[in-house]
Design a protein around this ligand. Structure first.
Ligand code: ADP
Length: 234
């Protein structure tokens, strides 16, 4: 995690560019989407339904990228509020449980120091946890050996930090992927944006924390998020 400074500069710059052009790109995309919808019956009548499907899904992908970028390029000073790590983990479970179950993954959580608190922008940090859990679900689905998918969340105190761990038994990552996973636009998925983790990285850094990753190909991945604890004063 030493590449931090450079990474942050690069992301800040990309964020500014994105904010400036995203709206301008979105409008034409919306009108292209509308006109394709109008042409749909005609294109289908001449047997080109596959083209319609590809055009629409590519437009939607472009929109997803813009949406995620707009999200990440908003003024990044977090709006902090104090809450316990237990609350944060439970909310994340609540948000992701149904998708995980639908996709055949079991979600478990364990909280060791339930009274520890962090001062965070809840919306931003929830987005980080959501991104990581969704990646875990994808990694489990990418396995082909039929092993029961399992995602474990845990939280505990470690020195001046609260540690939130998210561990999956998905397909894992090779070294090449591990070294690039926080790069903007780096993705190994057909319909991925490659933005989830670069945005997450920036959010956590802006909170004075950090993200660590360990992974074994074929076996699983563990993300550890460090967030500074709120200093309790007597
Ligand atoms: P996206 O999910 O759109 O690809 P991300 O930035 O969230 O973008 O992730 C980047 C890449 O990191 C993914 O494409 C995948 O290769 C890898 N990755 C992230 N999380 C995991 C995980 N839990 N298991 C395996 N690979 C992962």
């Amino acid at each position: 995690i030493e590449q931090t400074a450079f990474q942050n500069d690069k992301l800040a710059m990309l964020g500014k560019i994105a904010a400036a052009i995203a709206h301008e790109i979105r409008n034409p995309l919306t009108s292209i989407r509308g006109f394709i919808q109008l042409l749909k019956p005609y294109l289908e009548s001449i047997g080109k339904q596959e083209y319609v499907r590809i055009i629409l899904s590519e437009i939607d992908r472009a929109n997803d990228i813009i949406f995620e970028f707009l999200n990440s390029s908003k003024p990044s000073a977090p709006m902090k509020r104090k809450l316990t790590v237990a609350e944060l983990v439970k909310e994340t479970i609540l948000l992701t449980e149904s998708e995980a179950h639908m996709k055949g993954c079991e979600l478990k959580f364990e909280i060791y120091d339930s009274d520890i608190s962090v001062a965070i922008d809840v919306k931003q940090i929830k987005q980080v946890l959501l991104n990581i859990v969704k990646n875990a679900i994808d990694a489990i689905q990418a396995r082909e050996d039929g092993r029961q998918g399992l995602i474990e969340l845990s939280a505990r105190k470690d020195g001046k930090y609260a540690l939130v761990r998210i561990r999956d038994n998905g397909q894992g990552m090779d070294r090449a992927t591990l070294t690039r996973l926080f790069d903007p636009f780096f993705t190994t998925k057909e319909a991925g944006t490659g933005l989830g983790l670069s945005v997450s990285y920036r959010i956590v850094r802006n909170h004075g924390g950090m993200i660590e990753v360990q992974s074994t190909p074929g076996d699983g991945t563990e993300f550890i998020i460090y967030l500074p604890l709120v200093e309790e004063r007597e």
